[in-house]
Write a protein that binds this ligand. Structure first.
Ligand code: ADE
Length: 225
């Protein structure tokens, strides 16, 4: 898989891909992540990429021309399965979206800034719009990092058995059950007996029960459908 990200702040996006699981996935050649500085595609003085909005009002808008030039250059090199615009008014990103996107070959993400991007970019180039939650970030970069992380950890070979994605929260529309590690008794706070029993069917049944309890308590909306 290959992820290309168009941004005015590439430095904000670098570090998530330079540590831990994402770095290992890249080093192993399981995914390529390429950051593109939108300013490199500006034809204006001072590499300007934004302008005042027509009709007046506060806030700058990213212009269509540099974005179009960048997308055109990238599309000349490969075909993209999705061109995703990160925006608070997009579809709320969830595990199902992550699962689906992890099956794609090439994904292009576009990070908004200021008041957003010229609507014509969204009308003519963007194939999917994603929000990571009902709050406004100062740009789409952190959202793009979140979505990339959720996708990349699902790629075959990225996680080992211990970190397997199959038992994650949401993977079966349930939150994950509680987990414990040594010591079995700390200050008199003990671990549920069943986990120490070595009886796997019982352990599995307990985990399932706990997952359902936890979901009912914290996220009953997940059990609705
Ligand atoms: N850009 C600004 N806020 C955002 C959000 N909540 N999700 C995705 N992109 C954003």
């Amino acid at each position: 898989m290959r992820i290309d990200i168009i941004t005015v702040l590439p430095e904000l996006l670098k570090s998530p891909f330079e540590a831990s699981i994402l770095k290992r996935a890249i080093d192993k050649g399981l995914v390529e992540v390429h950051l593109h500085n939108l300013r490199d595609y500006s034809t204006m003085n001072h590499k300007q990429v934004d302008d005042y909005q027509f009709g007046g009002g506060a806030g700058m808008v990213l212009m269509i021309e540099p974005i179009h030039r960048c997308i055109q250059k990238l599309q000349a090199e490969r075909t993209y399965d999705e061109i995703i615009y990160m925006t608070p008014d997009g579809k709320r990103f969830d595990q199902r979206d992550a699962n689906k996107l992890s099956l794609k070959g090439n994904i292009l993400m576009l990070c908004g800034h200021y008041k957003g991007i010229d609507q014509r970019v969204r009308d003519h180039f963007v194939t999917m719009e994603l929000s990571i939650g009902d709050y406004v970030l100062s740009g789409g970069e952190l959202a793009a990092a979140v979505v990339s992380d959720a996708i990349i950890r699902l790629l075959p070979g990225v996680l080992n058995d211990e970190t397997s994605a199959l038992t994650d929260s949401f993977q079966d529309d349930l939150l994950a059950p509680p987990v414990y590690t040594r010591p079995a008794d700390y200050n008199g706070w003990t671990v549920p007996e069943v986990l120490l029993s070595g009886h796997f069917p019982k352990i599995e049944a307990w985990r399932e029960e706990q997952a359902i309890l936890r979901t009912k308590e914290r996220r009953p909306d997940l059990l609705d459908d």
